[in-house]
Design a protein around this ligand. Structure first.
Ligand code: FES
Ligand code: FE2
Length: 459
């Protein structure tokens, strides 16, 4: 071997050209420190068996060993702004009611009557009530979960508010989201979230409101559904549609133990593009995809990048729309696709122009299907209370995302992802190899997800 050959260990190779962290150094505005962090470690390259997706036994093990023990996003705080507002979160056979008590505290209860188990509220329901009254025999619980009325109590000398108040679940909040954990012994949410709160300090995610919410049934296992959003490797083949300058520069990072992320550039030059665009061509490309209005495309001034010019325009437009000043956001905060994942099923995008949150849940009846909640979170008005979130738009497997208002060009993009999912489900069962081979870097988040699920399934 020649002396000057660089020997790379598995996981060390990167795409030609600058890293994401190097690329954003060209921006006129400095991105917050977490954007410049790297956190990647090679943890093996062995195949992952398709039975992780297709096996009913594996799904049962997830339901028994993982879902009852992990923190999960149940709803936004603005879903239950007043005492007595409630929201039901279901995962597999488990169900929790999240509510706000008369003193304004958020609490969560197992959604089952302490008499004979009847669900107190229907799955997936939300609304307002002064007490939780069971529809079967009328046992009644206060918003604090206390049994306050037991009809014909003469027959139940062995039941009291001490012994038969509602079972609680753990509840905590971060960034305006309400999380629950069915395991009363589980470590606190703040510990579970790891770097997330620190990384989000410059985004004010708690000051956002739900502008759009849809819930779609997807034709694939919940893990594979998530994985469709965990790498940008598929963008060129699935989404680019022949557009020349759509190749992002991406960083993939894994943080202990429950968080990973990717961030990819929007509108930056990339040496991997088939021809090198001028900054003006990049701005034209951005304009075509995300036209902020009918205005003429401005000239990119000498010494500036298309990203910087476009970010200022987006800040101004969103500033007018949401009545506040976004000029303090960096170009990367404004434009880039910044996606953090919290194990096992929650994604949050804090960027200004791509402000989504995702939640995936398995279909308890069939491991080949899952449910996807997609939220668009917009900046709340600085002086007005956030509006009540819209009721979710329910979409079935074959319904197009383009039915949902507010998704813009992303509706068609999500449809492209869905057709890959159905094809994957078929291929999982047809594939003679029986397992998938992941890229060491670009698909490291998928490996991280499987590792964490396995930690629980094999415990
Ligand atoms: S099951 Fe709830 S009151 Fe009887
Ligand atoms: Fe995609």
């Amino acid at each position: 071997m020649a002396e000057n050959t660089i020997v790379q260990k598995p996981g060390e190779a990167r795409a030609p050209g600058p890293s994401y962290q190097e690329a954003i150094q060209r921006d006129a505005s400095q991105a917050p420190a977490p954007f410049l962090e790297y956190s990647y470690e090679f943890v093996g390259d062995e195949d992952i068996p398709y039975t992780n997706y297709t096996s009913r036994d594996y799904a049962v093990a997830e339901f028994e060993k993982m879902w009852p023990k992990v923190w999960q996003m149940a709803c936004r705080e603005e879903h239950i702004p007043e005492s007595g507002d409630y929201h039901v979160y279901d995962i597999g056979q488990l169900s929790a009611i999240v509510t706000r008590t008369s003193s304004g505290v958020i609490k969560g209860y197992v959604n089952a009557c302490m008499h004979r188990g009847t669900s107190l509220k229907p799955n997936g329901s939300f609304g307002f009530c002064e007490t939780f009254k069971c529809p079967f025999h009328g046992w009644e619980y206060s918003l604090d979960g206390k049994l306050i009325d037991l009809p014909e109590s003469w027959d139940f000398p062995h039941a009291s508010s001490e012994s038969h108040s509602l079972n609680e679940v753990q509840v905590d909040t971060w960034g305006g989201f309400i999380f629950i954990n069915f395991d009363l012994e589980a470590a606190p949410l703040a510990e579970y979230l790891g770097v997330l709160p620190k990384h989000f300090e410059d985004f004010g995610i708690e000051n956002r409101y739900t502008e759009t919410h849809l819930c779609k049934r997807l034709p694939v296992n919940w893990k594979a559904a998530q994985e469709a959003f965990m790498e940008a490797y598929h963008v060129k083949e699935t989404h680019a549609g022949g557009r020349e300058y759509s190749e992002p520069i991406t960083t993939y990072d894994i943080f202990p133990d429950n968080v990973n992320r990717f961030i990819h550039t929007v509108g930056s030059a990339n040496p991997r593009m088939p021809s090198q665009p001028t900054e003006q061509e990049l701005l034209t490309e951005l304009w075509g995809r995300r036209a902020p209005g009918d205005e003429e495309i401005p000239e990119v001034p000498e010494g500036y990048t298309a990203r910087d010019v476009y970010a200022r325009i987006v800040q101004k437009k969103l500033g007018e729309e949401y009545e506040q000043d976004f000029s303090g956001y960096s170009t990367a905060q404004t434009l880039d696709s910044i996606e953090y994942f919290v194990f096992p099923n929650f994604f949050i995008f804090p960027g200004l122009s791509l402000p989504m949150a995702y939640r995936f849940r398995p279909d308890p009846e069939d491991p080949d299907y899952s449910f996807f909640d997609l939220y668009f979170l917009r900046p709340s008005h600085p002086e007005k209370a956030p509006p009540h979130p819209p009721d979710p738009l329910i979409l079935d497997v074959d319904d197009s995302y383009t039915q949902a208002e507010g998704l813009g060009f992303l509706g068609a993009v999500y449809d492209q992802d869905t057709s890959n999912m159905a094809a994957q489900t078929r291929g999982f069962k047809a594939c003679a190899r029986g397992s998938q081979t992941l890229g060491n870097y670009q698909e490291c988040r998928i490996r991280h997800l499987h590792k964490r699920v396995n930690d629980y399934v094999q415990s």
